[in-house]
Design a protein around this ligand. Sequence first.
Ligand code: ATP
Ligand code: MG
Length: 510
Amino acid sequence: MTAVRADRETAAGSGTGAVIEVRGVSKSFGGAAALKDVSLSLRPGEIHALMGMNGAGKSTLVQILSGAQNPDAGHLEIDGRSHGVLGPRRARRLGISTVPQRRELVMSLTVAENIMLGALPARGSLVRWRSVAAEARAALARLGVDIDPAVEAGTLTVAEQTMVEVAREVRRGGRVLILDEPTACLGAEAAEQIRAMVRRLRDGGMAIVYISHHIDEVLGLADRITVLRDGAVVASRGPGESDEDGLVRDMVGRDVVSRRPERTARLGEVGLGLRGLGDGRFVDGLDVQVRKGEIVAVLGPAGDAQSRLFDVLSGRRRPDRGALEVDGTRVPFGRIGRSLASGLRCVTGDRRALGLVPGLTVDENLLLAQDRLDRRRLHRRGGLSRRAAPLRDDYRVVSLARNPPVDRLSGGNQQKVLLAKWLATGPAACFLEDPTNGVDVAAMADIHVLIDALAEQGVAVLLASSSAEEVMRLADRVIVVRDGRPVAEYEIEKITRDELIAAVLGGGLS
Ligand SMILES: Nc1ncnc2c1ncn2[C@@H]1O[C@H](COP(=O)(O)OP(=O)(O)OP(=O)(O)O)[C@@H](O)[C@H]1O
Ligand SMILES: [Mg+2]
């Protein structure tokens, strides 16, 4: 510890050894408290995990640490100096770096250009490209990652994009790194790469704030775990003092059980059929027949294959080859209206870009799909809040204000609105892309029960997921996809979680 601190002169002067002390911070939105008297210390060389249910206040605390929001009460002490109002510029100057959940790279620029954005070394008006590449390479090397600085950011995997964002922050001299759900919807291998990078930075003396809903990940990674509930700190412990059940109780206030049910519904005819789907790049030769009452998962690393499936099934994009059938009827590709009319409902993994209408309220978003599909309703839109209430309950949508614009909801709550919006329309078949992305442990258990119920009602469910746990919990069958190609198929009852992960990683079954 002392050795680590010695080379960070700016951390000296703070009596506690902390880079940042959060002291009694409170923050309200429209009179309702998002944070209540929160205190914690961030120390160099420590990974400090923040956990809590959706809406608990984690991202709000991050915004205060990064200067994007000012606290109503309390202050931050940075290197022993007190800051009531920080502001984003000063936060950055003091070495506080934030990588938000949504990637902010410029996809058409190279990795090196993204890392050096706003700091391109120039002589006169000429950018010195050779030193751009060299500096970018050095920043990546500090993270211990092997990414070619010359490739376009758009060609990287989601995990690599995160690494490039971190490299940019590290190069700018960050000494506090805040990661808001960096492993949400990453596969096992990619998540481990992110954790390896985080450990390396920690060992180099950085203070790291790490937000995640994955309990085992946090238990294996964090040096300290602080749990927020309804905006207040309810526990702050070392990992040795925490276990899974205890953490769940701290977060939720009770135990959460999630069990795979016995499926009682008999499987019907094929409700959703995909034949020979291919676009020569992201999906290649995918054949899936999902029967009514069945849940079939496509498991692979998050990203291209999944979102391409969403684009194709929802009618946004025509593949090069293949055919789609819903309920025995051929559905033409490339027509959103025809996809909807077939009874197929597709829930995107990119809720912000494709899922929700940000200017509309939560209730309006919840009922939008239902009412569009039933045009008589569109002209008589009375009783919105009465009709939305059961959906809010079933999906545990919580917010400080009663019915705010949907973009004011916390990330996990937006995800719940997205699912409720589509699943409440009485689908014949559905495609779900990472349905519990960013959702807390209690809401996840509820959503899994709602998806079970869809299958029980005879809906054909196709699930695209990056989580082996989720697939083991929900699916009847799983197709493992690598580089867009199906490489193996298993009945869930005949495989263990570890075997499934091995199959994803390419080890195959023993
Ligand atoms: N700008 C804002 N205006 C109004 N309410 C807000 C605003 N920002 C956050 N909130 C509310 O503050 C509460 C805390 O939100 P926050 O985003 O901090 O939750 P979180 O712990 O990050 O949840 P999640 O796990 O879902 O991301 C939520 O009820 C949210 O709706
Ligand atoms: Mg959040």
